[in-house]
Ligand binder design. Sequence first.
Ligand code: PHE
Length: 515
Amino acid sequence: MAIGQHGQQDNLPSEILQLLSKHEPILSSEALPSQKAADVKGALDRLASRSMVKYDTIDREEAILEDEGAEIEANGSHEARVFEALRKAVEGLTVKELEAAIGDKKAASVGQGKAFKSKWIAKAKDGRLIASIDSIQDTTREQLQIIQKTRTHPDPKVIADLKKRKLVKMQKVISYEVSKGPKFALEMVKEETDLTADMLASGVWKTAAFKPYNFKSLGADQNAGALHPLNKVRHEFRQIFFEMGFEEMPTNRFVETGFWNFDALFVPQQHPARDLQDTFYISDPKTADKPHAERKDDKADYDAYWNNVKDVHQEGKYGSIGYRYPWAEDESLRLVLRTHTTAISTAMLHKLASKKGPDGRPPPARYFSIDRVFRNETVDATHLAEFHQVEGVIADYGLSLGGLMEFMEIFFSKMGIEDLRFKPAYNPYTEPSMEIFSFHKGLNKLVEIGNSGMFRPEMLEAMGLPKDLRVFGWGLSLERPTMIKYKVNNIRELLGHKVDLAFIERNPAVRLEKT
Ligand code: PHE
């Protein structure tokens, strides 16, 4: 009966049992010289798991002949061959004749040197080489013959010497010393792997041999799905936001109008960020309708908002002198791939303006989003034309900058980023604006982790939000913390067709060292 998954090695276990029935113990290297050690071990393990055999592993070193050693073992040492050639030639030989007789120039020259040294040969008066004794003993050949037969030599000095002469080398050999186990038999009984209803009904279970559990066997590889590192870090960010009472914004629109992406944020129409070099514009269709309510329950006033945005850019409003340029409707209706998720925050804040809290005024709110944005950038090791933004906004009455800096410290400490530094910065839509830095211990320098600021009255009051409702926002990329966390230096190893699937599958699930 063929048992096991080893195919051709199926008869190896019974061969071992046969050998053991004749005498024990057996040494696998002697009894099964042509079998591979791994196959023998496989067969022995199967037999040992049924207690049919016991075995010990023996590691030893064997001496085996190198090519030159094998040649000497077969034909004699060089010096012996030189001696034999000269002994046969009654008149002696010239060096040339000797070479021809041996048929190996190197053997002839090496052999001559050694034979002279041992005084086996001499030079005659006429310059010819002659044998100077009747017989010699070819010790090297005899030593090699012993090694060829026994794979060792009784005198370790001999092996050391032959090794030095590069005639033999040592080789590690694994062998198994096998003897009968308590359940030794010539036949391998089929072992049951399952207890079935039939076996219970027929009573066979009482006598059946059950295969013991193998607690050492490794589980089969699971070909399961894996989450992308960006997804895992995103999940962690979402948890932090939810924990701090934030509501997730719907970010399922990659295409926006210039209005939501720029104008509503008080970004002037001639601002460099609106250049073709920085922003992807849609060519078909080129423009969208004017902003309007998309759902019945949307009570926000879009027309007044549109006019307010136009006025604040063109003439100034809400105490601001504006930019004072002719504001173009067409520019505002152009379709763009959104360059930041602040476009979504803006739409959400505009809706907030029409909400009424218990006191009849818009209630405080905390919103966040994590999604993709697009910028017409030159692609390099750290930049792609698209990335993910993590963005948060807090709207509340009487917010102060100091309080918000503290909030940032709490927020970033939840992902293990501490010791923040704030640097004044510029955004068209926030005042004041602050870049957020943190000291990176690995890089031993301050690295920028985000951008933030208080949204301007030009933006908020145009929406109809009350003057004393302050809104603070901040944004960072999802890629940067992910790359730092997973030690990825090239963004193309994280995103795109060059991503190594094994990298995705084997990454740990837990990344942010929370403090
Ligand atoms: N939109 C900014 C950016 O793209 C981030 C930001 C959001 C800044 C909100 C201030 C307020 O970097």
